[in-house]
Design a protein around this ligand. Sequence first.
Ligand code: TMP
Length: 213
Amino acid sequence: MKQAKFLVMEGCDGSGKTTVSQAVYKRLKEEGVDIIYTREPGGIDISEQIRAVILDPKNTAMNNRTEALLYAAGRRQHLVEKILPAMEKGQWVLCDRFVFSSLAYQGYARGIGMEEVMKINEFALEGVEPGHTIFLDIPAEVGLERINRNRSYLDRLDQEGLDFHNRVFQGYQEVLKKYGKDTKVIDANRPAEDVIEDVYKYLVEECGVCAKR
Ligand code: TMP
């Protein structure tokens, strides 16, 4: 079931997702909105430990299905320990990545198949769906170039080449066709302030994010 207060940001590596979501979160919080920011993989201790295993560049032997299962396991724990309790308290939840990432990266780019990956995620999520998803749209090569320019540490997935990142972008297009009828696509190949403004406006004007009066 869709959870109206559950907001997700998706996009390729280097799309600016984290910068944009943290800036929007900060602005909403300053305006008195009862909102938490969280991320996947991670968000809570157990899932951050799983994240460290998945992204460790030393883990070159990791099988694609093991990778998909670990993302789903981290997601399960994050959901029950942080996301659902926050929504039960009436809070908005802004989450950097969710199940669409697994469909695009593991389902499509790793070649497991989106349906296969959806199955293990259905097990993890028991019907919970975000109310609104935003996709930050940027060509894979622009994203990759930003990562190489701005980050001193590249994790196991960042280290994949342009072919992989192009498949991720293509994967997202397939995800949006199949599952994304309510997803807002925002052009992220622009200065961060413009993207932040558009995301903020979308959340306030179309998703109804506001402070309780
Ligand atoms: P981040 O850089 O957005 O923190 O995400 C870490 C990496 O994990 C990024 O390359 C995308 C990848 N990822 C997946 O492959 N599948 C998933 O389900 C999630 C949540 C992230």
